[in-house]
Design a protein around this ligand. Structure first.
Ligand code: HEM
Length: 405
């Protein structure tokens, strides 16, 4: 067999990346691409990279200058932007300072308090869908629930939900390795609308503070030098977008996975208490974030098939989370959905180390309630018509799935 090429442009890869990950892990687990970047597909390499202090998440500051004109132009444009970097792209000590400000709002006990509200929202959607005999999963359930919940947490108005949904899809398109300068133009346009909108909300909240997360962050910003206004804005944008964009896909992908494994759907229906572990297994099977990147700050040696591969400082290292989650050396029979899998929670779908997803508890709760309630009420639900996927690599998600009960 020849060495597989990591070619995300191949439509078959986009439809189902897991066989490609398997081939790469087996034949070239420390794959050096023609651009000189490194793609990792083994669980241990990825877990080590995400947890190590030898790596930076600040690609803009620490990665080598790109050699191809498109990536060079994208990087120059990003550098020329005003505003602060988000917590996701920061290293300590700035990362530590910002994360400390909000971590209290996302602890398991703080999130557990939202369960009643999430259940109420989900029940309402399912009651309406039951009356109609079915629903479109994404528009009717997967988008509205996380969007309403993050809006509640920040006390953001929800009257522009559809516009926000479109804006956030345009912004997150730039996380894709395949993004173009046109995508950057579109997201600059969106920021031109989103930032004044947020500034308005912030100014209004300064006058009328509440006990929401946004009021809390504004109080910190007003208090002195812990949080600047650009940092506040960038934080709110990330929370707002990360707070719903990915969870939509967790709900969509999980329902799709369950429909393909009716025995497991029946198992969850028979034992509703398995929700939390079931969500971990769904995250492992088909997570919404398939890959992320790091840059080594010192030379780091990986053990490739044909000997050591040294990632020099500045090399972009792509950690394919979806591949780690299907590594047979950690997860037995990895392509089988097993909602009772003992070690399902070792998945890396929410990353690991200091950037481990801040919203992990919230995403878990939302999926547990939304998917769990759907399974509890409609165990014989069926997909009607063709399912469509979003045409993306970093963020993997079902776009459209009609269900009949
Ligand atoms: C299923 C849903 C979700 C998935 C799969 C997901 C995935 C991830 C991943 C993989 C990272 C780390 C990226 C990296 O290390 O490069 C991350 C970070 C983050 N996530 Fe999530 N996320 C989800 C839901 C949420 C929610 C609901 C929120 C907020 C309410 C959120 C907020 C964040 C933030 C703020 C970070 C940056 C943390 C840091 O840099 O310290 N996420 N998420």
């Amino acid at each position: 067999m020849t060495t597989p090429v990591f070619n995300p442009f191949d439509p078959a890869f986009r439809a189902n990346p897991y066989p490609f990950y398997d081939a790469l892990r087996e034949l070239d687990p420390v794959h050096v691409t023609p651009f000189g970047t490194i793609v990792l597909t083994r669980y241990d390499d990825i877990a080590h990279t995400l947890r190590s202090n030898d790596f930076s998440r600040d690609i803009e500051a620490n990665a080598n200058e790109p050699t191809d004109p498109l990536n060079k132009a994208k990087r120059d444009r990003r550098r020329g932007r005003e505003g602060a970097k988000s917590i996701l792209n920061l290293d300590p000590p700035d990362h530590t300072r910002l994360r400390r400000l909000v971590s209290k709002a996302f602890t398991p006990s703080a999130i557990e308090r939202l369960r009643g509200r999430v259940q109420e929202l989900v029940d309402d959607v399912l009651d309406q869908a039951a009356a109609r005999g079915g629903m479109e999963l994404i528009d009717d359930l997967a988008f509205p629930i996380p969007f309403q919940v993050i809006s509640d947490l920040l006390a953001m108005p929800t009257d522009r939900a559809e516009e926000m949904r479109e804006w956030s899809q345009i912004i997150t398109q730039n996380l894709e390795p395949t993004s173009t300068l046109d995508d950057l133009d579109k997201s600059d346009e969106v920021f031109g609308l989103l930032i004044p909108y947020l500034l308005n909300v912030i100014e209004d909240r300064r006058k009328h503070p509440g006990d929401d997360l946004l009021s809390g962050l504004i109080a910190v910003e007003e208090d002195g030098d812990v949080l600047s206004l650009p940092e506040l804005i960038s934080f709110v944008v990330l929370l707002y977008i990360a707070g719903h964009e990915t969870t939509v896909n967790l709900i969509g992908n999980s329902v799709n996975t369950l429909l393909g494994h009716p025995d497991q759907l029946a198992r969850w229906h028979a034992d509703p208490s398995m929700g939390s572990r079931a969500v971990d297994e769904c995250l492992r099977m088909d997570g919404p974030v398939q890959q992320t990147v790091r840059v080594p700050l010192v030379p780091v040696t990986y053990h490739g098939i044909n000997g050591p591969v040294v990632a020099q400082p500045g090399t972009i290292v792509t950690t394919v989370l979806g591949a780690a989650n299907h590594d047979p050396s950690v997860f037995a029979d990895p392509h089988r959905l097993d909602l009772g899998r003992e070690n399902a929670n070792r998945h890396l779908a929410l990353a690991a180390g200091i950037h481990y997803c801040l919203g992990a508890n919230l995403a878990h709760l939302e999926a547990e309630v939304a998917v769990g309630s759907l399974v509890a009420r409609f165990p014989s639900m069926k997909a009607t018509g063709a399912i469509t996927w979003r045409d993306r690599l970093t963020i993997r998600g079902v776009d459209h799935l009609e269900l009949s009960f």
